[in-house]
Design a protein around this ligand. Structure first.
Ligand SMILES: Cc1ncc(COP(=O)(O)O)c(C=O)c1O
Length: 388
């Protein structure tokens, strides 16, 4: 039986594999980025009410109208142009689907899309769906800064788009004005389309504020802004995201979404509206909680001898294990991560998984810390043996 070659060179999701391994070995799962605490009570109640209230059939393809209305209000403020609910918004089954739909919408076979490595593992397969080529620009550890020269070097006559994820998984970077200025220059000078992944837009540290690149004047006409509900509201399993773009781009995303999934889950879209209506106090509390989690995770990892940069946003630490005083510190990252999961009882993701060229991520593993403090403390107890 001959199957398509499309995914011949795409590896299985190592993150999901690590989750399966964690379940099998009863490890604490610090591999896949999902919370082990509940979503806000009013959001859960809204989902139940929506099901009981009869919101159980397809919504309009682009999304539940009151949710799009709310998103339009929020993003008109954020992007600085009049976002129309019927024109510019597509609610999708997670950010993953929004990214795939965006790439299907803008890439022709043979087009090139620039991806900044380390990158979330969904970007490259998404481009593959569109039969496009990916070109990697490596952000060098430990700073993971965007360098204008490196972006320029990635440009070719086939360059069509660039994906920018900020706050960034797995490095924890929030790209600063200078870096965004480099993106603006390269994207505008080479007539690229920018696809942003802003799934961690509400998880920021030390008073940082999120700026949507699609709201910056030079990028407005050429950006597909993507966000999602999973991380902020602790509902990763609800599979809710959205893409927001000016008319010509939104028109291209719509059929891609329509024929991929028809629509996202109706009652959960209604609950997403409740989430977006949560008061400021929710975000204040969430920020405080994530500062605590970051502080605890950082303390645990520094005490053990891991080397890393403190995250500026999102909820991951990409750490170098090569200085640990144990023989396993000499192992490659894949072997080390598997040993951590099966023997130490703490599941992590091997760094090479985030790079087109796996060698670029050698010596690194990623810890996800959207967990109860007691979960992180238990992980610390198990990792005590890493002290040698
Ligand atoms: C940067 C980034 N993009 C996309 C996703 C996937 O988002 P979703 O679960 O909404 O499909 C994740 C999940 O970890 C992520 O970290």
């Amino acid at each position: 039986m001959q199957t398509a070659h499309r995914f011949d060179h795409i590896r299985e999701s190592v993150i999901r594999e690590m989750t399966r391994l964690a379940i099998q070995h009863d490890a604490i799962n610090l591999s896949q980025g999902f919370p082990d605490f509940s979503p806000p009570e009013p959001v859960m109640q809204a989902a139940i009410d929506a099901i009981r209230g009869g919101l159980n059939q397809y919504t309009i393809t682009w999304g539940y109208p009151p949710l799009r209305q709310k998103l339009a209000e929020l993003y008109t403020g954020r992007l600085g142009w009049q976002v129309e609910p019927d024109e510019h918004i597509v609610v999708t089954c997670g950010v993953t689907e929004a990214l795939a739909a965006a790439m299907l919408a803008v890439l022709n076979p043979g087009d090139e899309i620039i991806i900044l490595d380390p990158a979330h593992e969904t970007f490259r397969p998404g481009a593959k769906l569109a039969d496009a080529r990916t070109v990697s620009v490596v952000l060098q550890s430990p700073d993971f800064r965007i360098q204008r020269k490196a972006l320029e070097a990635a440009i070719s006559p086939h360059s069509k788009a660039l994906i920018l994820n900020t706050p960034h998984n797995p490095s924890g970077r929030v790209f600063d004005d200078e870096e965004i200025a480099a993106v603006i220059d390269v994207v505008t000078q080479h007539d690229l389309i920018l696809i942003t992944d802003e799934i961690y837009d509400r998880i920021l540290y030390d008073g940082r504020e999120h700026v949507s690149p699609g709201g910056l004047a030079p990028l407005r006409e050429r950006t597909i802004t993507i966000g999602g509900m999973g991380k902020t509201y602790a509902v990763t399993g609800w599979r809710l995201g959205y893409a927001i773009a000016p008319t010509p781009l939104a028109r291209a995303v719509k059929p891609a979404h329509d024929f991929l999934t028809i629509c996202a889950a109706t009652p959960l879209q209604a609950a997403a509206l409740a989430a977006l209506n949560l008061p400021d106090s929710f975000y204040e509390q969430m920020s405080e909680d994530y500062h605590q989690r970051r502080a605890l995770m950082s303390e645990i990892l520094s005490d053990l001898g891991f080397v890393f940069t403190q995250p500026q946003g999102a909820y991951y630490i990409l750490a170098d294990y090569r200085g640990l005083p144990i023989p396993q510190a000499q192992w490659d990252a894949d072997r080390f991560a598997r040993w951590m999961t099966t023997e130490v009882g703490v599941a992590v993701v091997p760094g090479p998984n985030f790079y087109a060229n796996p060698a670029d991520g050698e010596g690194l593993i990623r810890f996800a810390y959207p967990k109860k403090l007691e979960t992180l403390r238990e992980a610390a107890r198990r990792m005590a043996r890493l002290k040698g």
